[in-house]
Write a protein that binds this ligand. Structure first.
Ligand code: GSH
Length: 278
């Protein structure tokens, strides 16, 4: 019932996107965060994919929540679509993109498993850290004002608590959850090893998703055990984030929301200096 009403209201609200130029992707997303273009790993994933695939797009942060009740979503040639992975599959077909050339099915299988471990499992540890275990930090990343922060943390905390229990991970203790999620991050660190990218010296499609989660862990999760792990221990993951950022976001500073408390990380294409600062 509610979803039918929502669909009718949305159709009216989104009518303006139906007249966008042909083949221009309208990328609907949350606003910029401090230190990172988006605090949402799925938004950052899709934003990275659009850049990797060089697909023409325009960003809209007015209509943030899409047809599946989540961000990111896109409008393309009069159609609206949600879910980062389904969107990527659709754009691959529509624009004849293949970012997986040169990899074997076995390698791509590993990439899928790494992506799913981070997006569908580790993500819950990250969300619980943000909204439940350490809720004073997340407003510093996304916060735009005390009232908004309060609503976000109250509503977000309610949903994360409920959904993480539905997923299963939310039934564990904080210590158990951290143990499980750190295990995921260590597994991805082992897969990347000394590679520049997930599967080797060149990127594959799933690098956008891996970057989405890892970048949020490193730059969007202050004072969390996961941030600490990447900064102090899993240096190949930290360096991977810096590498992806420098390659695909040479305009990173323009993509983030400036705040007085932003961590100084130097300019883009400045990997060594940045490494020294991290
Ligand atoms: N599977 C979806 C997940 C998207 C998602 O969970 N987005 C979150 C932000 S990180 C969201 O919009 N949450 C709002 C809500 O659940 O109400 C995708 O890949 O796009």
């Amino acid at each position: 019932m509610w979803s039918s009403i929502r669909n009718i209201l949305n159709k009216r609200k989104w009518a303006k996107w139906e007249t966008a130029p042909k083949d221009l992707v309208i990328f609907h997303t949350f606003g910029k965060a401090a230190n990172i273009p988006s605090a949402s790993p799925f938004v950052l994933k899709l934003q990275t994919y659009l850049r990797m695939a060089q697909i023409p797009h325009k960003t809209d942060s007015k209509h943030q929540i899409g047809p599946k009740g989540k961000a990111p979503w896109i409008s393309l040639n009069g159609e609206h679509m949600g879910d980062s992975e389904l969107i990527i599959n659709h754009l691959n077909e529509h624009f004849k993109v293949n970012l997986n050339k040169g990899f074997t099915p076995a390698q791509l299988g590993v990439a899928t498993c790494a992506r799913v471990a981070l997006e569908e499992h580790c993500l819950w540890g990250i969300a619980m850290e943000r909204f439940i275990f350490n809720p004073t930090q997340f407003p510093k990343v996304v916060g735009v004002g005390p009232l908004y922060d309060k609503i976000l943390m109250t509503v977000g905390g309610h949903f994360v608590s409920k959904r993480s229990k539905g997923q299963g991970i939310g039934l564990h203790s904080q210590q158990e959850i951290e143990h499980l999620c750190i295990k995921d991050l260590r597994a991805v660190s082992d897969i990347i090893g000394k590679n520049d990218f997930l599967l080797g010296s060149g990127p594959c499609q799933d690098d956008c998703a891996i970057f989405g989660i890892l970048a949020v862990t490193l730059w969007g999760q202050p004072n969390s055990p996961y941030e600490k792990l990447l900064r102090d221990d899993l240096h190949n993951l930290r360096d991977y984030c810096i590498r992806m950022r420098d390659i695909y976001f040479p305009d990173w500073e323009k993509c983030i929301r400036p705040t007085s408390s932003s961590i100084s990380r130097g300019g883009a294409n400045n990997t060594n200096k940045i490494k020294a600062k991290l």
